[in-house]
Design a protein. Structure first.
Length: 388
């Protein structure tokens, strides 16, 4: 460093004092610059080391995730006790949260190759619901009713009102049904449902976490069960436990639309719709979970019908359609991939009809939404004066 060397002379003449002061200033400046270089070099080395640590942590996270998605699932299956002959599985296991899909990890592609395998296990099942004998009528429709553990009153009310047409899933009925559940957060509620299952044997349960964001899992559970354990039924209906369903009218509309329903889903159907980007909305969809600007329409999940042909093909197609948390939209994504369509059928209502027995016992209403148990009983047992 020439400047510092030049200023290292310990004795200066009076003649050189001025130039010495200049050289001293230059020396200090050079020293400052050198110190800055050292500091910046240290910062760069530190940043490089931190970046290496971050990269290793990402790799470790991926390895742990892969273990839970593959090896841990296999281990859980080995540890899980086999199903009893009556369809129950005991004891219950904690839901495998490693299989839950986040909708915000990365941008959702339009399609994939076997990326969504519905590999959950039955906790409660009755594969005899759709049994028939030589004298049994054909099963016109299997009704799959979405419910949650706490809604026992709703289930009891439905069994005693509009589901009486199913005759408790007896062999001489042309209508079969089941209530569908996921895994609850409260084990005590799970035990109560097990006791209910022992009495009615009309509950299906898988081990995914039961939550609104997981309704797509429940829908694929419904299609899987119907297409494998009730495949001889002609039609499938999906509805909820707060719905009033006029079964005689449903049977009529199934017969009227039997040909179209081989390639359609019918109900309260919207041919076009856009994602809601407001995060405060119940139906919020981020741009990562759904990058597109338009949905392919959808039929309200409150109640819709289709053929067993469509239900079977939707379940098969779902393996190649990435998960999306809004189940009615997800079904439409599968329908679009199949080249099928949506069918608006009069009488299906995403809202609630007026509480008039004449409407509920009339010839046009198919479904009515948000009907609480007390109102359901009044409407079911109420008489329409116009009908006598």
């Amino acid at each position: 460093m020439p400047c510092l060397t030049a200023c290292s002379v310990s004795v200066m003449t009076d003649h050189d004092k001025k130039s010495g002061r200049v050289c001293t200033t230059k020396g200090l400046l050079c020293a400052f610059v050198g110190l800055c270089v050292v500091m910046f070099a240290s910062v760069f080395v530190y940043w490089y080391q931190v970046n290496e640590i971050f990269t290793l942590s990402v790799q470790l996270t991926d390895n742990v995730k892969e273990f839970y998605e593959k090896d841990a699932k296999a281990l859980l299956r080995v540890l899980k006790l086999s199903e009893l002959s009556n369809g129950e599985v005991t004891p219950d296991l904690t839901p495998d949260v490693s299989r839950l899909v986040s909708t915000d990890i990365s941008d959702r592609p339009d399609n994939c190759k076997t990326c969504f395998n519905h590999n959950f296990n039955y906790v409660l099942d009755n594969d005899q619901i759709c049994d028939r004998n030589d004298t049994s009528p054909e099963i016109d429709v299997v009704i799959l009713i979405f419910t949650v553990h706490k809604n026992r009153l709703q289930r009891e009310t439905i069994r005693n009102t509009w589901l009486t047409y199913a005759k408790n899933n007896s062999l001489d009925s042309n209508i079969r049904y089941a209530f569908l559940l996921g895994a609850p957060a409260n084990p005590e509620m799970d035990e109560q449902v097990r006791e209910e299952f022992k009495v009615f044997r009309d509950i299906l349960q898988e081990d995914f976490k039961d939550a609104y964001s997981n309704l797509t899992y429940k829908t694929m559970m419904a299609y899987k069960w119907a297409s494998t354990k009730c495949k001889h039924a002609k039609f499938v209906m999906k509805t909820d436990d707060d719905m009033y369903v006029n079964i005689p009218n449903i049977l009529k509309t199934l017969n009227t639309n039997k040909d179209k329903l081989q390639t359609h889903v019918g109900g309260v159907c919207h041919q076009t719709a856009k994602p809601i980007r407001d995060s405060r909305s119940k139906w919020y969809a981020s741009k990562k979970s759904f990058p597109g600007s338009d949905y392919p329409g959808f039929c309200s999940g409150t109640g819709y019908v289709t053929s067993m042909n469509v239900a079977t093909k939707v379940f098969e197609m779902s393996k190649h359609v990435p998960f999306f948390h809004l189940e009615d939209v997800y079904v439409s994504l599968c329908i679009k991939k199949l080249g099928y369509s949506l069918l608006a059928i009069p009488g299906f209502n995403g809202g609630r009809f007026a509480a008039d027995p004449c409407i509920y016992h009339g010839s046009t209403m198919m479904t009515s939404h948000e009907v609480p148990p007390d109102m359901m009983k009044k409407l079911w047992f109420g008489k329409c004066k116009k009908l006598g």
